[in-house]
Design a protein around this ligand. Structure first.
Ligand code: FE2
Ligand code: FE2
Length: 258
């Protein structure tokens, strides 16, 4: 797989087995569709997923945090040639794959059927993050209740705080990665996505502050640092509630309407 390729997980139904078959493939975006290439790294035979989707074009696409049902359509003729040439220009490995096989590498478009499952999934992730933040707040309270004298309270606080910060960072990084695809698929979402991306920056700055306060607290434990950490967490919680609410309200229905 070429380095830096945009990847998605494609699940097809086995043409013979009838069982789900998931594979990771590089994709391109074209006019609201995702395009995948049956290169099989230039091998003479087409990949199994192509045979599967020819038998059953109802597939599942997972891209970043989005998972949705899609319809697969094989593209032929001049349009296929254009899409393949564009992919080979973006990623020269695809030019090599085509040189290595006599078959014409097939090109498939994936068009979202409905993405409401993605909106529900988003709510679940937010609920998980909310819980991790609450656990961190409880750990600060426990730390303060023990006046920072209990080493296990410090360890507990550090563990909760770091796992929340990294989970939040990972979630927003994945969202940022999928926003360009969403904007291409649903152009009307562009202003919403721009606002969400700005909010991610605000949250990232608060997340950095929080990590710095935690470092202060663990290197030089003090009540003051713990109170500061609690303030940081409350501030972040407020920003996140606004962000989650907006994201779920504006991204959810738009996705459901797709
Ligand atoms: Fe977000
Ligand atoms: Fe989110």
């Amino acid at each position: 797989m070429p380095v830096n390729a945009q990847l998605l997980n494609l699940t097809t139904t086995g043409a013979r087995s009838g069982r789900p078959h998931t594979t990771t493939v590089a994709y391109a975006e074209d006019g609201g569709r995702l395009i995948v290439f049956a290169s099989n790294a230039g091998r003479p035979q087409s990949p199994a997923w192509l045979h599967n989707l020819r038998a059953n074009p109802a597939v599942t696409v997972e891209v970043g945090e989005l998972k949705y049902a899609a319809a697969a359509t094989e593209i032929t003729g001049a349009e296929r040639d254009r899409l393949y040439a564009e992919q080979a220009a973006r990623d020269p490995a695809f030019a090599v794959y085509q040189q290595n096989t006599t078959r014409k590498i097939q090109v498939v478009a994936l068009t979202p059927a409905r993405v409401s499952a993605a909106a529900a999934h988003l709510k679940e992730i937010h609920a998980g993050l909310r819980e991790q933040l609450n656990d961190t707040l409880a750990a600060v309270d426990a730390y303060l209740a023990g006046n920072g004298q209990l080493p296990e309270a410090t360890n507990d606080l550090q563990r909760h705080c770091l796992s929340f910060c990294s989970a939040l960072h990972a979630h927003h990084t994945r969202e940022d990665g999928v926003f360009p695809t969403l904007a291409a698929t649903f152009p009307e979402l562009k202003p919403t996505l721009d606002r969400l991306a700005r909010e991610h920056e605000t949250v990232a700055a608060l997340n950095t502050q929080l990590t710095e306060t935690l470092t202060q607290l663990t290197t030089a434990p003090s009540r003051e640092a713990a109170v500061h950490l609690r303030d940081n967490l409350h501030h972040l919680a407020g920003e996140l509630e606004t962000h989650y609410t907006y994201e779920e309200a504006h991204l959810g229905p738009a996705l459901d309407a797709a």
